[in-house]
Ligand binder design. Sequence first.
Ligand SMILES: *Cc1c(COP(=O)(O)O)cnc(C)c1O
Length: 401
Amino acid sequence: MSRSFCVGAEDHRGCGDNGLVKSWVEISGARLVENLRAVQAVAGAGVETLGVVKANGYGHDAVLVARVLVGAGMRWLGVSDVEEGARVRAELGEGPRLLVMCGIELADCKEVVGKGLTPVVWTVEHIAALEQAGEAAGQRVRVHLEIDTGMARQGVDLDGLAAVVERLAGSKWVVCEGVLSHLSSAEDAGSVVTERQRERFAAALEVVVEHGVRPELVHLGNTSGVDEGSTMEWVRETAARMGARAMVRTGFALYGYCLPLDTGAVGALGSRLKPVLEWKTRVIGVREIEAGTTVGYGATFVAKSLMRLALLPVGYADGLRRAGSSGMGDGWVMIAGQRARVVGRVSMNLTTVDVTDIAGVAVGDEVVLLGEGVSAEDHAGWSGTIAYDILCGIREKFRVI
Ligand SMILES: *Cc1c(COP(=O)(O)O)cnc(C)c1O
């Protein structure tokens, strides 16, 4: 762990030792940078990399992560919304470009201009509102136009595209710097869904160019798009043909994760990544229970023999999923490098784990809730979700890097 930076405590031990903090997260800045280099290497020379720090950096803290990435030379960051963009801008200053990825409200446009944010847009109304805000401030507003090629979420579809591009082409203050779309099934190599999305994206790019709009950046892929490979190659070629640069928007990979390819194989990128986050707490109680003792709500667990339990000050209110309860997902934590299984139900602020076979566990011992020996994928497995969801759901009190 790099300890070059720490929030709210002298060093990371302080976070656990001061008695006030129930759990904390440690981020390895070094691993974050290594993952960035892996993305850059696999994406290929000349491809611009945007680091997605939306949703508070997938639970890692957008500002901490942004600092490390920008320190490593990253020029583009992706944030969820204007509020998050303003927060990152306030902490990082004028340096990085900030793409607001998840839509804007028309009332946000003044803030977009004032904070130098770059919104993803797809309606005539977006452009009109930004035009007004840009004119009022006497500033050009760069935007990225999103095409809906098959997610039915954000973006303009091919039928509505001409009207939006005409508005952009005729705009004095709004500049179309980039065109993007998003894949629904990027981890599925050779998927017909991806094939159809690429065709629609190519058709949309033609409409854009026909209207005399010349984007500098073209982007389609996320982590899995880079990992899978063929999408990245397609974007590079497509961008080059129109005199633009390819960009990739990667989040998950920077944090050290990648979905498996549909073939079950690990892709070119996935094999090079290491998780950067560890979520930790400390034991706040140890007790022995006799055979026949019930544990936790619903008395769902009954000890079959003498057991030793450790009490942890973390529960589902902190993001430790209730689905990890024994008899449900049967989750575990790591203590002294060994698995300690959850016993009974995870409750709101407390969880008990079995330390019968781990010698010498005492109050104050460090516990890894998520990290070495218990990955975000493990949590996702017992919770019936994906690792993205687990990382975003952690609600600890301190992050250190
Ligand atoms: C979240 C997001 C990404 C990043 O996806 P990862 O799988 O985390 O790399 C890229 N593009 C868009 C539009 C997104 O919403």
